[in-house]
Design a protein around this ligand. Structure first.
Ligand SMILES: Cc1cc2nc3c(=O)[nH]c(=O)nc-3n(C[C@H](O)[C@H](O)[C@H](O)COP(=O)(O)OP(=O)(O)OC[C@H]3O[C@@H](n4cnc5c(N)ncnc54)[C@H](O)[C@@H]3O)c2cc1C
Length: 292
């Protein structure tokens, strides 16, 4: 069990921001996760998992926790009949590739989500009408008190939300897919990727959608665009000129820069539309947005 100190989380987030983790480890098996959870519990240290950091803002001052990055057998994938067995640390792209090779469809929506299975379960990731809740049979979740399989209902999955808390580790998952010719899967993925590229800043450092879509005729992106925020910049972070619900690391951004932009965007959306935007991006460490 190798626990490192002083690991900069900026290396592990797609925005490229964040301070150091108090402790950092890369478990490759259920046994190693179990040992690490006990190691942290003995020290009263909280535990958080980082996937591909594609939906994450980590505090600039660092994160007082043991941060785990799953690898080895916890990032594997295998197909058996209509079931895709995946690790919590398996990249969606790898799982999708395996599903296609096995002629299993239903996970195509995940081509748009540059994260891992664990991150997808955590926030019920979704795109183009599909989401994890729609394909997830069950997930194996570990805590310091033991592990158990949870269904989507047990995980409390709803729109971009689960009831999972830090300290719970998604070790594995089973996705229930359906037979589909690989050529059809490939064609759909190509079309979805083209749609994505036309609408979003896919060649910039971002963390995906900043805010969830509100219960309103306008999406968050359209609302922030109407507030005149496209291209608005604070420090090294800017609201994407291509899609206003994305924040880009334009040049040496910090998490504080991104948060200042988020606070300004929420303030303006509230002022102009009376809507309280809720953030979709997850926070790691002592991070808060000011009240409206
Ligand atoms: C360009 C771009 C486009 C995107 N488009 C979409 C989209 O269309 N739809 C969408 O839903 N999302 C989208 N996202 C956001 C992001 O890719 C998803 O939320 C993804 O599911 C996050 O996965 P991750 O592994 O990167 O998680 P991280 O960002 O690393 O972590 C997110 C949360 O999940 C927790 N977590 C991660 N792994 C585990 C685990 N094994 N066990 C327990 N907790 C875990 C973390 O602690 C954290 O709280 C996009 C992001 C980018 C950069």
């Amino acid at each position: 069990m190798n626990v490192e100190e002083g690991v900069a989380l900026a290396r592990y987030t797609t925005l490229g921001t964040g301070g150091q983790a108090r402790a950092f480890a890369r478990p490759e098996s259920e046994r190693e996760v179990d040992e690490l959870l006990h190691w942290a519990a003995e020290r009263s240290l909280s535990v958080a998992v980082i996937g591909l950091g594609s939906n994450l803002l980590a505090a600039d001052d660092g994160v007082d926790a043991l941060v785990l990055k799953l690898g080895g057998e916890l990032a594997a994938v295998e197909a058996e009949e209509n079931l895709l067995r995946v690790g919590g640390g398996t990249a969606n792209a790898v799982a999708l590739h395996r599903a296609r090779a096995a002629g299993l469809g239903g996970f195509e929506f995940a081509c748009a989500i540059p994260g891992t299975i664990g991150g997808g379960v955590w926030m019920n990731g979704g795109a183009y009408g599909g989401d994890f809740a729609g394909v997830l049979e069950r997930a194996l979740v570990a805590t310091a008190d033991g592990s158990g399989w949870l269904t989507p209902t047990g995980l409390g999955l709803s729109y971009r939300h689960s009831e999972l808390q830090h300290g719970q580790v998604v070790l594995r998952a089973e996705l229930r897919l359906r037979p589909r010719p690989p050529e059809e899967i490939k064609a759909e993925v190509r079309e979805l990727n083209a749609r994505r590229k036309a609408a979003q800043p896919t060649n910039r450092r971002t963390f995906g959608s900043v805010f969830k879509n509100p219960d309103h005729e306008l999406s968050s992106g359209r609302m922030l665009e109407a507030c005149g925020l496209k291209g608005h910049r604070i420090g090294g972070a800017q609201i994407s000129p291509k899609h206003a619900n994305f924040i880009e690391n334009a040049d040496g951004a910090t998490t504080a820069d991104a948060l200042a932009l988020m606070a300004e965007a929420r303030r303006r959306a509230h002022e102009q539309f009376g809507v309280r935007l809720e953030h979709e991006v997850e926070f790691l460490g002592p991070i808060e947005l000011p009240d409206l």
